[in-house]
Unconditional design. Structure first.
Length: 82
């Protein structure tokens, strides 16, 4: 009778551990999927950042050229004004 009780308790422990292992396995699969998604998002962000960098340089150069042209025009007007 005691041996039967021990085996029943052991069976319950094995079932509980199996359930815990199933949850761990499920969580590990979810982590792998989330990691893959995160990596793909990081790769897309890196590509967009790299493609935006030349546009920022071009914009800064255009602004600088515009400012220099304005200064040149103002300087030219002052010479003819006096």
């Amino acid at each position: 009778e005691e041996l039967g009780t021990i085996f029943k308790e052991l069976a319950v422990l094995v079932i509980d551990q199996g359930t815990i292992l199933d949850r761990i396995d499920y969580n590990m699969e979810a982590v792998v999927e989330h990691t893959k998604t995160g990596i793909s998002q990081l790769e897309r962000a890196e590509k967009s950042q790299k493609s935006a960098r030349p546009m920022k340089c071009i914009f800064c150069l255009l602004v600088t050229i515009g400012i220099l042209l304005i200064l040149l025009v103002l300087k030219h007007r002052r010479r003819h004004f006096f």
